[in-house]
Design a protein around this ligand. Structure first.
Ligand SMILES: Nc1nc2c(ncn2[C@@H]2O[C@H](COP(=O)(O)OP(=O)(O)OP(=O)(O)O)[C@@H](O)[C@H]2O)c(=O)[nH]1
Ligand SMILES: [Mg+2]
Length: 312
């Protein structure tokens, strides 16, 4: 927090405290979820190089003595191909409403394009009091290239400030958090101190499983995959039995997810279980099954059933 804010608006008996929301928006793959994880200091949002990895708005809460920052990760804004794509854009755009800080993330490795221009216009129109431009993946380019990207993206809208970060290497993540914190209004915490993310364990389990599908499978399969956690049951010995269903659109995709003699689903299960055990802080059995629901991404009621609808 900047010094100029310290002590402002003190109420007798109550310390000066700032709190508020920052939305991370940008094109798919810009590095939004990776930056959220870097700020959070651990893996909570799933990340992959497949576009549209994030399908739900996720809020992570970061507390310091005098500030509560709520970071809102959003799906990448893109040209929608189906009902799911439209829903993802709606989720991202609605997250821009009523935030204190809108952070627009632009990948340093890709030329600034019309998609960025479109996202920038929404950031501009958002009415967020502080608009921050963030060039990501600085570790992948020469400093001159990152600076040129900052310059090019800055022309897309009126930004209050611009910074270059590498979430992977932790470069300027602290600066990002400081800038954001310095622009949050005075106010009490929005969320209890012990709450760090606004997703249930079931929702996080489903996300972790889907991440492993994204990391292990290529081509069209990842986009066709949805995951639902069917339940977490605790045994007396402290084990958790976790059941999840991987939903695909076609029989052929089911075969790919299962793999030869079940090798692929086993691999997905083993890597997902590590994340699930870390989340639940207990040994786990992870039982995965695969189900075909034809064209679920075009079906609004299926999208709702998977918990991916903004109205949820
Ligand atoms: N080298 C490097 N890679 C990064 C950095 N930030 C993100 N990436 C990679 O870029 C890819 C996309 O990152 P994500 O954080 O999933 O991107 P996103 O903007 O959340 O993407 P969507 O959820 O699809 O909108 C992943 O493979 C990340 O590992 C970075 O600072 N450095
Ligand atoms: Mg993401």
């Amino acid at each position: 927090m900047s010094d100029q804010h310290a002590g402002m608006g003190d109420v007798p008996g109550q310390p000066s405290h700032h709190s508020g929301f920052v939305a991370l928006v940008g094109r798919p793959n810009a590095g939004k979820s990776t930056l959220l994880n870097a700020c959070y200091g651990g893996k909570i949002a799933i990340t992959s190089n497949v576009a549209q990895t994030t399908r739900r708005r996720m809020r992570a809460v970061i507390n310091t003595d005098d500030t509560q920052v709520v970071i809102v990760d959003t799906p990448g804004l893109h040209k929608p191909q189906d009902a799911l794509g439209k829903e993802l854009n709606r989720a991202a755009l609605s997250s821009l409403a009523d935030v204190d800080v809108a952070a627009f993330l632009v990948d340093a490795t890709k030329p600034v394009g019309r998609g960025d221009e479109w996202v920038a216009s929404h950031v501009e129109a958002s009415g967020a009091p502080y608009k921050l431009l963030v060039i990501t993946k600085a570790d992948l380019v020469e400093p001159e290239r990152a600076a040129a990207q900052l310059h090019a993206a800055a022309a897309l809208a009126h930004f209050d400030e611009g910074i270059i970060v590498s979430a992977k290497e932790g470069f300027n993540v602290d600066v990002f958090l400081r800038l954001v914190s310095a622009h949050l209004p005075l106010g009490p915490s929005w969320f209890p101190e012990d709450m760090d993310v606004d997703m249930t364990d079931e929702e996080l389990v489903a996300e972790f499983v889907r991440e492993k599908v994204l990391l292990n499978l290529r081509e069209e399969v990842p986009h066709s995959v949805g995951v639902v956690c069917d339940g977490i049951e605790w045994a007396k010995d402290g084990h958790a039995s976790v059941r999840a269903t991987i939903v695909v659109e076609r029989e052929g995709q089911k075969g790919i997810v299962i793999g030869h003699k079940g090798a692929m689903i086993k691999r997905i299960g083993i890597s997902a279980r590590r994340d699930v055990e870390r989340l639940l802080d207990a040994p786990c059995y992870l039982d995965l099954r695969v189900q075909v629901r034809p064209a679920w991404r075009r079906d609004q009621s299926e999208i709702r059933r998977m918990g991916l609808s903004v109205e949820e």
